[in-house]
Ligand binder design. Sequence first.
Ligand SMILES: Cc1cc2nc3c(=O)[nH]c(=O)nc-3n(C[C@H](O)[C@H](O)[C@H](O)COP(=O)(O)OP(=O)(O)OC[C@H]3O[C@@H](n4cnc5c(N)ncnc54)[C@H](O)[C@@H]3O)c2cc1C
Length: 443
Amino acid sequence: MTAERIVVAGTGVAGLRAAERLRELGFGGELVMVNGEPHRPYHRPALSKQLITGELAPADLQLRSYLPLEATWRDSVSGLRVDTASHVLELPGSEYLRYDGLVIATGVHARQMPGAPAHNPRVHVLRTLDDAFAMHRTLAADASPVAVIGSGFTACEVAATARELGREVTIVSRSKTLLGRAVGSAIGERVTRLHRENGVALVTGAEVVQWLSQPFGVTMLLSNGQALTAGCVIVAIGGAPTVGWLRGGNLYLKDGVLCWPTCHVVGASDAVAAGDVAAWPNHRFDTRPRRVEHWLNAVEMGRAAAESLLAGPARARPFEPVPRFWSEQFGVRIQAAGMPSLGQYTVDLQNDGTSSVTGYLAGHRLVGVLSWDNPSAMVGWEAELERQLSAEPAPPAANPRPNGVPSHDPNVALVRPPSPNAIGPGFPKEHDDSTRNGMPTRL
Ligand SMILES: Cc1cc2nc3c(=O)[nH]c(=O)nc-3n(C[C@H](O)[C@H](O)[C@H](O)COP(=O)(O)OP(=O)(O)OC[C@H]3O[C@@H](n4cnc5c(N)ncnc54)[C@H](O)[C@@H]3O)c2cc1C
């Protein structure tokens, strides 16, 4: 690609690492970083952990670029609309920015809960540094109880951190176990026990049906008839891909921006997408496009998307990572690799009662591993997973023609599925069906 101006829309870690890779590969044209936030890129995972405890200050969170980007930064400026036919990004103030290449990396935004008093200063979501500052202010104002609504990673981490600060914490969750959707019911139950043992009150199988803002806090009436009052409420019910600004174009936006295996955006051959916002088929697993909301994936996909943009659709390589993520709660480090959510059942790969490694299987195929406070064992199991998931050779044309995508369903299989891998040596061949954990086959 001979590009004169590449625009990076969204400068979280995916956008930053994409820009860096463009320069590494020798892109010498103009680089414009359209940064929707007032802050330069920062380490988002610390927002629910070390930033709340005060272990890290905002300055510690800043991400550095590994080489001079020599970019034009447009801070606090959000892309409003993109015209993929004329290659123009519209910015506020009727500014029209022509691009030769576009990186879409606008991530996700926190979901708001219908009916929740979002403007009450005691009620928070947690996605950005400004959200974290606001939450910090409320927590510091008094020592009143904290309520966390949700059962995903952010909910669990923020509950654990508030508890470690000595606060009375209640989690209200619709599901019976914490994290169950992401890691399956067996590990989900373990996470639930961990929170209970550390003094978190759990109201499971319930939701907030009514909110009442009071001078001293927020009272929530729950579906089980219980009333709960808290001085700080964190609504942590997940994120939605930030694609509103892309509507009206020629793109597929059902759950994120639909991409070809190479990260090229379906409907625009001079645009790529990366990070939490991008849905693409990872052929290591199957052909269904999915989004992956993990830090390391955003790093790797940002770099891969930049390579693809410069190579062009015909020469680009498919992005086929083994996704990895981690979480920390009450001093327990949970690390995972692969796609545990695709597992139909689990097996113990290692377990000494305290730390463990769990394997997730779909049929006889290992699709994920998760370690519970066992980083050293995880290294070996990650390598084993990678070996077992080694992908088929890429199809001759990395990206089938865009007009092959039916307009009614963007969740199409983009190329044929890989054949299942056999279980490798050292991996249990017999599976006890009693370990079946009822986990959905996809998130
Ligand atoms: C509290 C918290 C804790 C987390 N902890 C972990 C963890 O422990 N482990 C892990 O693996 N992952 C964790 N994650 C997930 C991880 O942070 C994300 O996967 C990662 O940040 C995704 O990076 P991204 O660049 O794709 O998107 P983002 O980081 O969301 O960046 C997107 C950027 O685009 C901007 N933007 C949006 N719209 C526009 C627009 N129209 N124009 C310009 N800019 C725009 C946004 O403001 C934002 O700055 C955590 C996330 C949160 C919120």
